[in-house]
Design a protein around this ligand. Structure first.
Ligand SMILES: [Zn+2]
Length: 505
């Protein structure tokens, strides 16, 4: 599992440092270009086969590994005691590469070999295919600089930026004023990022200690057990080599905005298939979610077959806000008349609508996953979302658009939940929604009872069961029955019911 922590480099960074960042970036890509040329003059090595013996003892052949390509490139471009005069010396082509950090140079070589190899394969296919379509081009590299361990300096602890008065710095190796040197870069460090770096450092130390313990009690070359391997995997986010991100931004000097991106990694055991989990534990804690239009979500937490808690997320305010914006767009559109083709109208208003929906989807997803975490759920059950159907009742243009967007939002929420939940080791599944808001969740199956739903209210039609409930709540309850397999359909199936194969995850 991966994510990225972004640390901005402020606008007012010293001009010399700014120049150094830009120069390093440029130089790094020139080194990549140099090695791309090198590999292009040695295309044969991508074809060469190396014999080896498989695990089962049979002879086989393979291509060169990235490591072998790297060694080959270094041998022919770098001057060493054994090979003082390489074939294609890097330093004579680019004197600035002298003293370039090894990690960065190797990254450049790996990148170049990967790029040339990919291009070579495409080019061969193009030639074999009778040269149809455009000839594949090698293109120029635009790679961000990555700062490997030997290029970053954090005083005191490994990944903690140095805190000076009012400013936070990370020192990285850059090409500055004619030499490679460590340059302290100011960064903006919000408190959540600071906490994340601290937690990452603590985890790194835990892993280091764990590794030392295990190695100490083992005989040399003794294989590690599954538990031992699991013990040294990161359980909280740990940091990997940071890289420099450059973005065009007119508000910054030189039109360039810099940031340090810190890739973070954590190990999440792949959750077992939902069916296997249910079979192993029929009372498994799960959360079921009914997504609606007026009410964004109704969720219920179940364990041992019992409903433990419910939570409602209202959507009225969001719908109202969106409706106002769509109305405004509609009105403006009518005033301005027909626009030339390809011209987007009301760009800002549309952007507002998009932001509104995106934020809502993200927030609702977060709430759902938090609810699942609170109740220790291992699975989140959604209804399988059918294709959009326009409402039958009469609606204004803006109203129709609003309805459609609200529907579309449900899909967005499911996507966000799937992503967030997976990071927490929680599975997301979808179940067939047919009848979930039309059947009484409490009446015995023999009744095959279809209640009535009027707007947002469900009424059970069993005369002995005076049950009136919120239709979304009923949907959420029935979704649990669909999950554990106790939901019974009425004898007559609906025509628009999706194929159960599609609806099961
Ligand atoms: Zn009932």
């Amino acid at each position: 599992m991966k994510k990225t922590l972004r640390l901005g480099i402020p606008k007012d960074i010293h001009a010399i440092k700014r120049q150094a960042i830009a120069d390093t970036q440029e130089l790094y890509n020139r080194v990549i270009r140099f090695y791309m040329e090198f590999f292009v003059t040695h295309l044969g090595i991508f074809e060469e086969k190396v014999p080896y013996t498989k695990k089962n003892g049979l002879p086989a052949e393979r291509h060169w590994t990235a490591q072998e390509l790297l060694t080959f490139a270094e041998r022919h471009t770098l001057s060493t005691g054994a090979h003082p005069e390489p074939l294609m010396p890097l330093i004579s082509a680019m004197p600035q590469a002298e003293g370039m950090p090894t990690g960065l140079r190797r990254a450049a070589i790996n990148h170049a070999s990967g790029k040339v190899k990919g291009w070579h394969i495409l080019h061969k296919q193009w030639e074999h295919g009778g040269k149809k379509g455009g000839e594949p081009q090698l293109g120029a590299p635009h790679e961000p600089v990555t700062f490997y361990a030997d290029m970053v300096e954090y005083p005191d602890v490994d990944l903690l930026p140095q805190v000076k008065v009012q400013q936070v710095f990370i020192a990285v190796t850059l090409w500055m004023a004619g030499a490679w040197r460590k340059v302290p870069l100011p960064i903006t460090l919000p408190s959540y990022a600071h906490d994340a770096l601290l937690a990452a450092e603590a985890e790194r130390q835990r892993i280091r200690a764990e590794k030392a313990l295990i190695t100490a009690r083992k005989a040399p070359k003794e294989p590690w057990t599954a538990e031992e391997r699991a013990a040294v995997r990161p359980k909280v986010w740990v940091t990997r080599s940071l890289s420099l991100a450059v973005k065009r931004d007119k508000r910054y000097p030189g039109n360039l905005r810099f940031a340090l991106h810190v890739p973070m990694e954590k190990y999440v055991p792949t959750p077992e298939k939902a069916k296997a989990q249910l079979a192993a534990n029929p009372g498994l804690p799960v959360v079921t979610v009914d997504l609606g239009v007026n009410r964004l979500a109704v969720m219920g937490a179940f364990a041992l077959g019992q409903l433990l808690a419910t939570q409602f997320i209202a959507g009225g305010a969001l719908n109202h806000q969106r409706h106002l914006l769509l109305n405004a767009i509609d009105k403006k559109r009518r005033q301005s008349g027909r626009l030339p083709a390809g011209v987007q109208d009301n760009v800002h208003l549309w952007e507002k609508v998009r932001h509104l929906d995106e934020n809502a989807a993200r927030q609702v997803a977060r709430q759902i996953v938090d609810f699942a975490l609170t109740h220790d759920a291992k699975v989140i059950v959604f209804e399988y979302l059918r294709r959009y159907q326009a409402p039958k009742e009469h609606m204004s243009r803006a109203g129709r658009k609003n309805h459609k967007r609200a529907y579309w939002l449900r899909g967005q929420i499911v996507q966000w939940v799937r992503d967030l939940a997976f990071r927490e080791g929680i599975l997301t599944v979808e179940r067939n929604p047919a009848y979930t808001s039309h059947m009484c969740p409490h009446c015995p199956h023999e009744y095959r009872n279809v209640g009535t739903r009027v707007k947002h209210t469900f009424t059970c039609s069993n005369p002995d069961h005076a049950y009136v409930a919120d239709a979304d709540f009923v949907g959420m309850m029935n979704l649990y029955r669909k999950w554990n397999g106790t939901f019974t359909y009425p004898s007559q199936k609906r025509k628009d019911e999706p194929n159960p194969m599609q609806a099961t995850a």
